[in-house]
Design a protein around this ligand. Sequence first.
Ligand SMILES: CC(C)(COP(=O)(O)OP(=O)(O)OC[C@H]1O[C@@H](n2cnc3c(N)ncnc32)[C@H](O)[C@@H]1OP(=O)(O)O)[C@@H](O)C(=O)NCCC(=O)NCCS
Length: 205
Amino acid sequence: MITSNIVIRRPRMEELNRIDAFFAIVIEHTFLVNGLGALADTKAEELDYKQKIIRADFATGGEERFFLLAEHGGEIVGSIECGPANDLLVACAKNELQDVPEVGTVFVHPHHQRRGLASLLLSTMFDALWRRNVKEVCLDSGYKEAQRIWTHVFGEPTYLAKDYWGDGSHHMVWHIPLKEALGRFSSRCDSVILDKMGIQLAVQD
Ligand SMILES: CC(C)(COP(=O)(O)OP(=O)(O)OC[C@H]1O[C@@H](n2cnc3c(N)ncnc32)[C@H](O)[C@@H]1OP(=O)(O)O)[C@@H](O)C(=O)NCCC(=O)NCCS
């Protein structure tokens, strides 16, 4: 069941510090639950990268990167973005997805996970992309927990770089046709249902 009273909207420049802090909370927690807490440098690189791409969104008015945030009670509780596919994803997909937009930074605040928020963010982003005539996206993950969730949501990965992160730690890529993916979320993320739950979608620039 999706948490009620959520607003999905574009980020605002004046909340940049709050967005950076949100990324830091999610990354810290994610590394911990994936047993990667000791990888301080990788964690710092991940945070740096997220800070860089949210700034790319502001710098290009959403052209180079397009972020959406989820807000609940005035607090940022989720994020998602779309942009060019990252180098690792492209390499892992044997250069077959270099022109396919990547959906990434699907982050949900640890206190709000497992309540349907990622599904709502994905469905809203997919819908926004579909309206822009995008028909397919890709998504990758090296986190075991997220891999389990994306396999549940999108099926087996389209590409798998076996042992990329070490023995038994793979990197996974999903190539996702949007029509099919939108169908998966349509019953739960129908506008009438969302309206009843106090969920607002304000994704335009
Ligand atoms: C991955 C993440 C975004 C999922 O967000 P979420 O809001 O908890 O996901 P949802 O509640 O929308 O769940 C989506 C589906 O996965 C399932 N699911 C979610 N968490 C699960 C878990 N820990 N174990 C098993 N299934 C899970 C849900 O039941 C749901 O399935 P359904 O549609 O059949 O009901 C969130 O866990 C997160 O932010 N993790 C840390 C950051 C991260 O790793 N992001 C991904 C980077 S690639």
